[in-house]
Design a protein around this ligand. Structure first.
Ligand code: NDP
Ligand code: MG
Length: 413
């Protein structure tokens, strides 16, 4: 009997390593595509793990999802699962196009929940934008997955519920948001003897703008972020500083700390991603270039640190790193964020929904930039507060806030 031919080097290494199946929900977005790059990179540099893109979802960007599916099929000889969450898509056309790559094609929001719950999936990267990411992230939490969390809106809407379900299922939330990753790294995951979490904020494109300049800002002005390249919604959130407000709420739930232990400082260079002050007055900070690939990779490989595609900071040039107080008069979103982090309950779902609608209205030219935050304040003030809502109450408040925001849009001040 002749021996079978020896396996190729490539196959034997891949087969000897444990596989990590990763579902990237929101794969076509800014975080999603950066995650795909990180996975491709890890396939080359991680000797211990066989990183496998198991599922990738998109909403409307069919061509980007095709590009992702095609490159996975080329490498693996079988395609990944592909999910189109947009219920209005042309299912027949997409089925034909993607199944030719060997992909298992699924449709609708329920397919996101299915993928997040699938037994074979080890890590769910939650990178859908907005409240649309809630159900799939909750499903991953309920199934006890490791969840690399970019979708901060899940914690803003339902932070209390997520914590409760994490303790039931044993799921882990691994922060992808750069500030929260920095805090996590400074604390090594343990919140002992922490006096304060200090989130940094770039200040966005209007850091030095006057109130008048902000009143006449166009969507293009507001989308032009000075240090980060991101999706449209988070770019507008950065300009209003609602992003930092959402991050205060995210930190409150992610690290289970009260709002009065959280502070925000403006750091225009986006190099210091956040800081932690301990009881003895010592402050630790995490520094790296403004590139999301580093926090994404750390969420995937934690606690291992591997070479990252992000080039290191240039230590041959002087560093000019500023930490400045926030101007709360020009950026009222931040006070709103602290209020929501303090009161919890239904407040987060209401402010998040109002903000999502208000950002859409601004991008469509229907309201001014400076109307976004007052609209959110108004809707929050008018809502029927519930301190201990279940999921259905949170979703009811979300729907109510969306309708109210549309109604109030013409009459903000
Ligand atoms: P993008 O707008 O670039 O991408 C959003 C992703 O969500 C896309 O894949 C999009 O699909 C998908 N999507 C949009 N609407 C829906 C929907 N209704 N149902 C299901 N999927 C949908 O956003 P970002 O990547 O910038 O942000 C994603 C999340 O990560 C946000 O929560 C953001 O706050 C957070 N985050 C982002 C950072 C960044 O640097 N970008 C930094 C830290 C956090 P398609 O494109 O196919 O339509
Ligand atoms: Mg952030």
């Amino acid at each position: 009997m002749t021996n079978p031919p020896p396996p190729t080097q490539k196959t034997s290494i891949a087969e000897s390593r444990p596989t990590q199946n990763v579902a990237v929900l929101g794969a076509t977005g800014s975080i999603g595509t950066a995650t795909i790059d990180v996975l491709n990179h890890l396939q080359k540099v991680d000797p211990e793990t066989n990183w496998n893109l198991w599922a990738a979802s998109g909403h409307r960007n069919v061509d980007e999802l095709y590009r992702i599916a095609q490159s996975t099929a080329t490498k693996n000889e079988t395609g990944c699962r592909v999910i189109f969450s947009d219920e209005t898509c042309d299912r027949n056309a997409l089925e034909t196009r993607f199944s030719s790559l060997g992909c298992d094609v699924r449709f609708g929001a329920s397919a996101l929940v299915e993928a997040a719950s699938e037994e074979e999936v080890d890590v769910v990267v939650a990178s859908i934008v907005g409240r649309a990411g809630l159900e799939s992230t909750l499903a991953a939490v309920d199934c006890g997955k490791r969840v690399a969390l970019a979708n901060k809106e899940t914690l803003v809407v339902a932070g209390g519920l997520v914590r409760q379900r994490m303790s039931d299922s044993g799921a882990r939330l691994l922060p992808v948001d750069s500030e929260h990753s920095a805090i996590w790294q400074c604390m090594e995951g343990s919140p002992c003897n922490v006096r304060k979490l200090i989130l940094t904020a770039s200040g966005g494109p209007f850091r030095q703008a006057t109130r008048q300049e902000m009143e006449s800002a166009t969507p293009d002005d507001a989308l032009a972020h000075p240090t980060w390249e991101m999706g449209r919604k988070i770019s507008i959130d950065s300009a209003t500083m609602m992003n930092k407000a959402l991050e205060v709420i995210e930190a409150r739930w992610l690290f289970d700390v009260p709002a009065d232990k959280i502070e925000v400082l403006v750091h225009p260079q986006s190099i210091i991603h956040s800081l932690v002050e301990f009881e003895d007055g010592s402050i630790l900070a995490q520094l790296s270039p403004p590139d999301m690939k580093l926090p994404i990779q750390y969420a995937l490989t934690h606690p291992r640190r591997l070479p990252c595609p992000t080039p290191p900071l240039d230590c041959t040039r002087p560093w000019d790193l500023q930490l400045l107080p926030v101007d709360l008069e020009r950026f009222p979103a931040l006070s709103l964020g602290f209020e929501v982090a303090r009161v919890g309950g239904t407040a987060g779902s209401v402010v998040n929904a109002a903000n999502e609608v208000a950002v859409g209205l601004f991008l469509n030219g229907q309201i001014r930039f400076t109307d976004i935050v007052p609209l959110c304040q108004k809707i929050l003030a008018n809502h029927e507060y519930d301190a201990e809502p279940d999921l259905s109450e949170l979703l009811k408040r979300d729907a109510w806030a969306r309708t109210e925001t549309e109604k109030c849009a013409g009459n903000v001040q």
